[in-house]
Design a protein around this ligand. Structure first.
Ligand code: NAD
Length: 294
């Protein structure tokens, strides 16, 4: 398990692939955009010219792509991973996608002798850079055990949560929590400032009490400085809220607060904020109050 093909070297994939190269794995990276490839080479990896080049010799293939259409095209498509990976290879999809796509990919992999795990992550760009991601893994126990050394170079909390697709369901729960917490932090800040108080001071004391959270610790500067450089784009969070709503339907439950938060994220996207970091929900909430830059 020393040779890795890594496909998708964006905000998350580039630092993750870099950690694996720095740990001594031979990492061949592929992306349709050049920036991440250059970052990987600087960390000791190599550029692959195609998916086939990245995966042909790989013991492990990792994908970190935006959404299910990209993952399906890269894995199942013509000249994709399943066509070129060697039998017995382990495919770890770390993208956030709908659970049914993860399950379909696992079935297609099994037909070609490729083992598959869905292993989405939480922790954001900072978590990827610091290798402290939370990794939620669906698939066979033996494959989870085999992947542990790789996961150990990327994260701190690594849990096998169930069969194929289970990692994605846990990630959907993660995403509804994060969006809801961001939205309420933004509303708290709008209240503090509209009351004539220093927003940052107020948020700092909130961060130390029961209302504190990793979200607030990680995003307090974004909120206070109105710095909405991504990070995690609202466009991607909108995708994740629709996965959460659809997972709730599949599970036969209604999640009323999630529904409201999903509408808020959708409105942020349709207002042209899709390229903002998800802390930019603040701009939407300020906008409906006639304040801020929205
Ligand atoms: P990103 O858009 O920065 O990176 C995705 C990369 O995939 C890009 O470099 C893009 O060029 C590449 N790509 C797209 N289509 C491709 C194709 N067909 N072949 C090869 N490369 C292709 O996104 P990101 O923020 O790194 O997120 C990746 C995944 O991780 C998403 O599913 C996202 O929801 C999830 N995620 C992101 C964060 C975060 O904070 N950014 C946190 C946790 C999970």
């Amino acid at each position: 398990m020393s040779t890795i093909g890594f496909i998708g070297l964006g905000i998350m994939g580039a630092p993750m692939a870099g950690h694996l190269a720095a740990a001594g794995y031979q990492v061949a990276g592929y992306d349709v955009a050049p920036a991440g490839l250059d970052r990987l080479v600087a960390s000791g990896g190599t550029k692959a010219a195609s998916i086939a080049d990245a995966v042909r010799e790989a013991d492990v293939v990792i994908t970190m792509l935006p959404n299910h259409p990209q993952v399906e095209a890269v894995v199942l498509g013509e000249d994709g991973v399943l066509q070129h990976a060697k039998p017995g290879a382990l495919l770890i999809d770390m993208s956030t996608i709908r659970p049914e796509s993860s399950q379909a990919i696992a079935r297609a992999g099994a037909e070609r002798g490729i083992r598959v795990l869905d292993a989405p992550v939480s922790g954001g760009e900072a978590g990827a850079a610091e290798a402290v991601l939370s990794i939620m893994v669906g698939g066979e126990e033996a494959d989870f055990v085999a992947a542990q050394p790789i996961f150990g170079n990327l994260g701190k909390t690594i849990v096998h949560v169930g069969p194929y697709g289970a990692g994605q369901v846990v990630k959907a729960a993660n995403q509804l929590l994060v969006a809801g917490i961001i939205a309420l932090n933004a509303e708290a800040l709008v209240l503090l400032e509209a009351s004539g108080l220093d927003g940052r001071k107020g948020m700092e004391v909130l961060a130390g009490g029961l209302a504190g959270s990793t979200v607030l610790n990680r995003k307090i500067d974004n909120f206070a400085n109105r710095d909405f450089t991504p990070g995690f784009r609202i466009d991607l969070h909108d995708k994740d809220m629709s996965i959460a709503e659809s997972a709730a339907r599949s599970a036969g439950v209604g999640l009323p607060v999630t529904g409201q938060v999903a509408q808020l994220v959708a409105a942020a996207k349709s207002s042209g904020l899709g390229g903002y970091d998800h802390s930019g929900l603040l701009a939407l909430i300020e906008g409906v109050n006639g304040k801020g830059q929205s």
